[in-house]
Ligand binder design. Structure first.
Ligand SMILES: [Zn+2]
Length: 96
């Protein structure tokens, strides 16, 4: 299940295309807060995904609905596909 995509480019484009095709289903993502240890579900609009030049600079972020903390967590390839496929807004940090 682990494809190694060093650049991280192509898979994300495909996932975005899928999201555009079927944007009817609301997707919820399970997330947890390291500050207050709360667990909750977030909609795609509550999440942000930032894609850097490497996997170590690729992360997703959200604001904890319980304590208001800004949470940032590393996003692996599968998480990136999951989030982009679910319609999460994506930022590309690196410019080609
Ligand atoms: Zn919290």
């Amino acid at each position: 299940m682990s494809e190694s995509v060093a650049s991280g480019g192509p898979g994300i484009s495909v996932a975005s295309a899928f999201a555009g095709m079927r944007s009817v289903t609301p997707v919820r993502f399970r997330a947890g807060c390291p500050d207050c240890r709360g667990a909750f579900e977030l909609t795609a609009s509550a999440l942000r995904l930032a894609i850097g030049a490497s996997s170590s600079t690729t992360f997703y972020s959200f604001t904890c609905p319980d304590c208001g903390a800004a949470v940032r967590k590393p996003a692996g390839e599968r998480i990136v596909e999951l989030l982009t496929g679910g319609g999460v807004r994506t930022l590309r940090l690196h410019t080609p």
